[in-house]
Design a protein around this ligand. Structure first.
Ligand code: ADP
Ligand code: ADP
Ligand code: MG
Length: 501
């Protein structure tokens, strides 16, 4: 088994990875940027080293420095989390070159799946259905126009190197295609340093359904069933759930089999996700493969009982999967809400500033994945996702009720969050009926932004107590330079507040 891991990430996912290592008896090394010097992942790891800098580019994206720190601190592996360097095949290669284990798929797999057009071609030859589309190495606009006309509108312009919902345009008529091509190319060049775009038939009222895979180095591959992530704003997921309310048992079996075939076609190793778009009639098509851990992996963990992150480390250690497909079952229903520090009433702009008080809900069937503590600052430098609320219950209806209660029990003071927006979304008939599709939120935004209700009494009460908590939580840690960490359990004041509520 691997013994010591450098966690090349921050926030909730760094915390999640550290806890998995701890369960496995592995040591952990955290890294941090200047604004993250007192972040939770830094306290929790066995050792922590500064990267310097503020922006991701100045800190968490410094691959060479990360490898150097890993080697100097005696690590035998690096886990990249998601975002940052997780899908960077050059970094994965450098990690392996340095004699460290990469907790993820082979660099060649990351490369092949990193370009959507390449992935589409590979999947087509493996017999996995792909969305009808058009791709060309040339940027000849006349060609794109004639191919789009053949395909029929609406079409989607997508960045070949895409990710995070960037470089995507829906085009409803030929009049708008040239402008969309130019806009998508510009955005793709900025975001991915690659201006190539391609066309896909736009699936109306489409449902985002993805399948979690686990594969070891010994040729074993299995799926952990699907997740549905159709509640999206600007092609980014907000609420995810499993099982999908769309799929019948027959289609579920088919889509899971297609995902396993996709994984086999690229000799996939470690955890990965195959994303599909499905019509309301359950016709499904391959979209892309994410060669990393996914933000929404916890809902799968709750429903299948399989710890995906621990398996990532075991697989990277060379262990064979001891699970078989027959061992994996979907039990009950799980939902995840991504809590963002953002202002829904102000075009969802990140709400930066200090979180004065964060008291997550403590309830049966509720899991909170977060890297945030009271007193922490939300900065402009990173993704403003501050916590994931994940619930598990017997039925979908129970899980929705549990999620609503958990959201209302979440105390987050000092910054604007999307909690009210999430509550509104969970209450819309289309979500409750299990019919929400990927375009719904963008098309109905005005209806989803009602006046914010007054905060509940518990929140006002907590507000009155918040000053004490801030004083306790901004105390400077006294860990010494050779890696002794300050105990997070020393932060007793926030616990005292909880106990007196
Ligand atoms: P998931 O598919 O796991 O839900 P997301 O698409 O929401 O993941 O992305 C996970 C994180 O990584 C987010 O913080 C997102 O901003 C970031 N991310 C994903 N892909 C890219 C990319 N190609 N470039 C930059 N950031 C990305
Ligand atoms: P990214 O790498 O940015 O995650 P994806 O290819 O996964 O890009 O697409 C992001 C989202 O855009 C999907 O989850 C889906 O909601 C929507 N989408 C992508 N392709 C199509 C399509 N052909 N038709 C309809 N919606 C699509
Ligand atoms: Mg995607």
């Amino acid at each position: 088994m691997l013994k010591k891991c450098l966690i090349a990430n921050r926030g909730e996912i760094a915390v999640r990875l550290i806890m998995a290592c701890r369960e496995l008896g592995m040591m952990t090394v955290a890294v941090y940027s200047d604004p993250d010097a007192r972040a939770r992942h830094v306290f929790l790891a066995d050792e922590a080293y500064p990267l310097g800098g503020n922006s991701a580019k100045e800190s968490y994206l410094r691959g060479e420095l990360l490898v150097e720190i890993a080697l100097k601190s005696g690590c035998d592996c690096i886990h990249p989390g998601y975002g940052f360097l997780s899908e960077n095949e050059d970094f994965a290669g450098e990690v392996i070159e340095a004699g460290l284990a990469w907790v993820g798929p082979k660099p060649a797999t990351i490369r092949a799946m990193g370009v959507k057009t390449v992935a589409r071609a590979l999947m087509q030859s493996a017999g996995v259905p792909i969305v009808p589309g058009f791709q060309s190495e040339s940027a000849d606009d006349a060609l794109f126009l004639s191919e789009a006309a053949k395909m029929g509108y609406p079409v989607m312009v997508k960045a070949a190197g895409g990710g995070g919902g960037k470089g995507i345009r829906i085009v409803r008529s030929a009049d708008d295609l040239l402008e969309a091509l130019a806009g998508a190319r510009r955005e793709a060049q900025n975001a991915f340093n690659d201006p190539r775009v391609f066309l896909e038939k736009y699936i109306e009222n489409g449902r985002h359904i993805e399948v979690q895979l686990l594969a070891d180095e010994h040729g074993n591959i299995l799926h952990l069933y699907e997740r549905e992530c159709s509640a999206q704003r600007r092609h980014q997921k907000i609420i995810e759930e499993t099982p999908s309310p769309l799929l019948t048992p027959t289609t579920r079996a088919q889509i899971c089999e297609a995902a396993v075939n996709a994984g086999r076609a690229v000799n996939y190793v470690n955890a990965g996700t195959v994303e599909f778009i499905a019509t309301p009639e359950q016709q499904f098509y391959f979209l892309e493969m994410n060669t990393r851990l996914q933000v929404e992996h916890p809902i799968t963990e709750l429903v299948t009982g399989v710890d995906i992150v621990k398996w990532q480390f075991k697989i990277a250690s060379g262990e064979p999967l001891t699970l078989t497909q027959a061992d994996i079952h979907q039990r009950g229903h799980a939902i995840e809400c991504r809590i963002y520090a953002e202002d829904a009433h102000n075009n969802f702009l990140p709400a930066i500033g200090q979180v004065k008080l964060f008291i997550p809900p403590h309830m049966p069937g509720v899991r909170v994945d977060s890297g945030l503590s009271s007193g922490d600052h939300i900065s402009i430098y990173y993704d403003p996702m501050i916590a994931k609320l994940i619930v598990h219950d017997e039925t979908r209806q129970d899980a929705i009720g549990r999620m609503q209660t958990a959201l209302r029990q979440t105390v987050l003071l000092g910054t604007t969050t999307n909690i009210v927006f999430l509550l509104t979304l969970l209450n819309t008939p289309i979500f409750r009926d299990g019919d929400i599709h990927t375009a719904y939120i963008d098309a109905h935004l005005a209806d989803l932004l009602p006046e914010a209700p007054p905060p509940p009494l518990s929140v006002l009460f907590a507000l009155a107590l918040s000053e004490a908590s801030i004083t306790a939580n901004t105390a400077t840690p006294t860990g010494d330079s050779d890696g002794d960490r300050f105990s997070p359990w020393g932060r007793t004041d926030s616990f005292r507040i909880q106990n007196t509520r």
